[in-house]
Design a protein around this ligand. Structure first.
Ligand SMILES: [Zn+2]
Ligand SMILES: [Zn+2]
Length: 289
């Protein structure tokens, strides 16, 4: 990204704070100034995008899991909202095993891909300069990504329940019949790659076709998609859960049944593919037939 920094400073900027102060002189919003300061500080766009995306990924993944770890540690307050309330909550050992496995997946599989993202997005014509796109443009693209990812996820996930694919790839994700937040990305490296394509593919494709996708939109999309996946594995359903406001939203209420019954509820975010294709899991599915 073109550096507009240092142009008006007597002393060259060297720290994040100094780069931020210089960026603010260029009529940018706080977020845009931080963005500009970040790219100027690293002075290597591939590295700057990679570090930003990876740090955000770690903070959001483990940060979003913390409330669910707390909920499992305080059954006196939260047990009444637990979906599979007859099973014991995950042990500290279960959670620790999950954390170690996920860190290995993040560093060995996802980190190299995240570093490769910058050249890939440039090849596909994604933008990362300033200003940021408008909120309405970000929202419209993200809704499209949710719909496309959900469709891709439904069919690929359904295929992964076919015997040979299940045994060789998907079985790891089903190790926990009563999922908890940290299990969202507890999966084989192949599953991480194949299902991850549903998250990363739509923005690259849309960027290639329209030339109007910004990296900021991709980061917001990845954040929401991660939160969706973690919440769907939380094992808790609240009176204020999103699925009660948006009736076709899946959430934990939907995905928990996939882990409990092993068959049905294959989609990630929404319910309509399973309803349309007659693959609703458990007693709810039988009622529908
Ligand atoms: Zn499955
Ligand atoms: Zn799952």
């Amino acid at each position: 990204m073109e550096s507009l920094l240092n142009s008006s400073s007597a002393q060259p900027a060297v720290s994040y704070t100094q780069f931020f102060e210089v960026a603010k002189q260029h009529n940018l919003s706080t977020m845009e100034s931080l963005w500009q300061a970040h790219y100027s500080y690293w002075n290597n766009d591939t590295l700057a995008t990679g570090i930003m995306a990876f740090v955000a990924h770690e903070l959001i993944y483990f940060g979003r899991c913390i409330p669910w770890v707390i909920a499992d540690a305080l059954p006196i307050f939260f047990h009444r909202y637990k979906i599979q309330d007859k099973r014991p909550p995950p042990s500290v050992m279960d959670q620790w095993t999950c954390v170690k496995y996920i860190l290995a997946i993040h560093f060995i599989i996802e980190l190299p891909l995240i570093i490769l993202f910058h050249p890939m997005m440039k090849l596909c014509g994604l933008k990362y300069d300033l200003p940021f796109p408008t909120l309405s443009a970000i929202a419209a693209q993200i809704i499209t990504f949710f719909i496309v990812e959900d469709t891709y996820h439904y069919w690929l996930h359904r295929a992964m329940h076919w015997g040979p694919l299940y045994r060789s790839i998907h079985r790891i994700h089903h190790q926990y019949a009563a999922p908890f937040g940290l299990t969202a990305e507890y999966a084989s490296p192949w599953e991480t790659l194949l299902l991850g394509l549903g998250t990363i593919g739509p923005p690259l494709l849309m960027g290639y076709i329209t030339g109007e996708v910004h990296l900021m939109t991709v980061l917001v999309w990845m954040t929401l998609r991660q939160i969706q996946a973690i919440d769907a594995h939380s094992g808790y359903d609240f009176p204020w859960s999103l699925r009660r406001i948006v009736p076709f939203w899946g959430g934990a209420d939907w995905h928990d049944d996939h882990h409990r019954y092993f068959v049905g509820n294959y989609s990630s975010s929404f319910r309509y593919w399973d309803v349309l294709m007659g693959t609703v899991a458990g007693p709810r599915g039988k009622q529908k037939k």
